[in-house]
Ligand binder design. Structure first.
Ligand code: MN
Length: 195
């Protein structure tokens, strides 16, 4: 028995070229620091939702992104609720890593001093919130710019895992200030208000 036929790359490319003018493409700015670019390059093929999927017996989760998931994020575990994974990808003039959060996992409120942070959603569905502002939902294609010195948190939504790339500028004066956790009562009430 053969597996169900999967369109070849060539067939998908041909369909893409036929449909490229009608593919969904949304570009809106709902917040000065949040730029949303969402598009589905394969036209009628649904964008993956990145749900958590079945939890494997070895207690690791399925990777919701195309990037390496890395190892359990033990070094920062005390600043997170739930399990996260960290994959350092580049450490040059710019530091790039992929952070993956199991459903319900989020980091504490924190501040990156002396470096901005750019978050690029690459899998699943997540949250980002700045102090004093509404929570924002992040899906693959969403980019968030976190100005240096901004109190914020990020993580998964309760029912889906989440992965984002994180970009920062290393420096001797760059530090993270970890603050209070996002408690369960606050976190699980976000469903209703998430943009
Ligand atoms: Mn951050």
């Amino acid at each position: 028995m053969h597996a169900a036929a999967v369109p070849s790359v060539g067939a998908r490319r041909d369909r893409h070229m036929r449909n490229r003018h009608k593919r969904p493409c949304r570009y809106s700015i709902s917040d000065p620091t949040v730029i949303r670019v969402r598009m589905n390059p394969w036209g009628s093929v649904p964008v993956p939702t990145g749900s958590a999927g079945p939890i494997r017996k070895d207690n690791t989760m399925n990777n919701p992104s195309l990037f390496p998931m890395g190892e359990p994020n033990d070094a920062y575990a005390r600043y997170f609720i739930g399990q996260s994974y960290l994959a350092p990808l580049l450490n040059k003039e710019i530091a790039l890593s992929n952070v993956t959060f199991e459903p319900g996992c989020r980091n504490n409120w924190h501040i990156h001093h002396n470096s901005p942070q750019i978050l690029i959603a690459v899998g699943g569905v997540g949250y980002y919130q700045e102090w004093g502002k509404p929570v924002v939902t992040m899906q693959p294609g969403d980019v968030v710019y976190v100005p240096a010195g901004t109190k914020h948190w990020h993580g998964a939504t309760p029912h889906a895992s989440f992965a984002h790339l994180a970009i920062m500028i290393p420096g001797a004066d760059v530090s993270n200030e970890w603050l209070e956790p996002v408690d369960d009562e606050t976190y699980y009430a976000l469903d209703a208000e998430a943009a």
